[in-house]
Design a protein around this ligand. Structure first.
Ligand SMILES: [Zn+2]
Length: 62
């Protein structure tokens, strides 16, 4: 499963929503997560969204 966490964008300093593998601290785009869980943003990490959509398309039903 996947969770959404706010972290710094890959190219820039603004906070964005990253997709994170549950129980790990690994974003789909490879950007390290910071411990700033209180950050708020309306933006999403594009590399994470692209990778997530690819995972959903290729996911096999259990
Ligand atoms: Zn990301």
């Amino acid at each position: 499963m996947y969770e959404m966490h706010v972290g710094t964008a890959v190219n820039g300093n603004r906070p964005v929503w990253h997709v994170v593998v549950q129980h790990q601290r690994t974003t789909l785009c490879g950007q390290p997560l910071e411990a700033d869980e209180n950050a708020q943003t309306d933006h999403h990490c594009l590399p994470c969204m692209t990778a997530f959509q690819h995972l959903m398309r290729t996911a096999q039903p259990a």
